[in-house]
Design a protein around this ligand. Sequence first.
Ligand SMILES: Cc1ncc(COP(=O)(O)O)c(C=O)c1O
Length: 387
Amino acid sequence: MNDSGNDKYLLTPGPLTTSLATKRAMLHDWGSRDTEFIAITGRIRDRLLAIAGVEDSHAAVLVQGSGTFGVEATLGTLIASGQRTLVLENGAYGKRIVAILERIGREVSVLSWPEDQQVDPAALDAALGEDPSIEHVVVVHCETTTGILNDMVAIGRVCGVHKRRLIIDGMSAFGAIPIDGNSVPFDALIASSNKCFEGVPGMAFALIAREWLETTEGNAHSVSLDLYEQWRGLEANGQWRFTPPTHVLAAFDQALAEHREEGGVAARHRRYSANRDILVSGMRELGFETLLADAVQAPIIVTFLMPADQRFDFTRFYDDMSARGFVIYPGKLSIADSFRIGCIGALGPAEMRAAAAAVKATLEAMGIGDLASMATNQASSLNRTET
Ligand SMILES: Cc1ncc(COP(=O)(O)O)c(C=O)c1O
């Protein structure tokens, strides 16, 4: 699957392993006001809307920066001062949304769940029934903290019944977990180039209901993160207001073509699901335990509990895996000591089987032969890494 030369495989939530053609797409220089580059930007915007099935109702607004820039730009542009937003939080990215809203001075209410539990639509229903001052709801589709999937169809239905706006952080889901404007009537969906679309990092985007976006002039707390102005600029002449990440866009254009050739969201979901299943069964055979129940585990990234075995040293495990060509990811949990292994990127079954074999070889090198006896250690504090 992966033809990317001698690079290590990135078993992380992004940046991740990209195809050779996607890397090659960056071997050119583009003028940001040139017709060829304007066509690339236009193609990407159209394609993203089509993937979500919202060509007629929404606008795709692109913004420079990582995913968090896209989240902050979207929240700051769409939510006016004085409007109250309810955040449904079951992990670090939900907490980051709360932090952004507080920092930019918006009114925030929060409903929280433990990191290993899904957001409960019934609790959302009750909260919206009790508090008419809540105008907007924000939720993370796949909480990358753990890899847990939230039920967007149920959450969308509740928001629809109560007529509240729904903003989805689909950063680690859009492109591989099906979502469309019919089954989930969302008002805004935020994601980035470098996760399930397998592009390179440097650009985020939001698909925003046009009738809402049109009313948001002057809301934004920031000049560069003002998506209303960004949209007006893109609509006026197809150009970005400020220097665009031209090479990132070219790579994203190629990555989107590959996404389509593969068979779109359904095919990507199948490949990532197969990747996850190979990974999880290989790790379980070695004695590792997953944090999440299989029913709520997205095919994006898997959290494994840290073995209690004194001989297991995570730093050494990480370094050995890296030396064997696989970059894994530290944990980000507050409820258990853990580490994560991603199953997204230009990777298939052969790479996931090789990763499981590398874990086995690494354990053997650490002198841990009796794998079945590895109890897990859920009590101690964590390896908290901000990404
Ligand atoms: C669900 C979710 N939201 C937001 C972000 C932030 O994206 P970035 O790290 O690109 O700023 C991430 C990153 O992994 C994510 O998984």
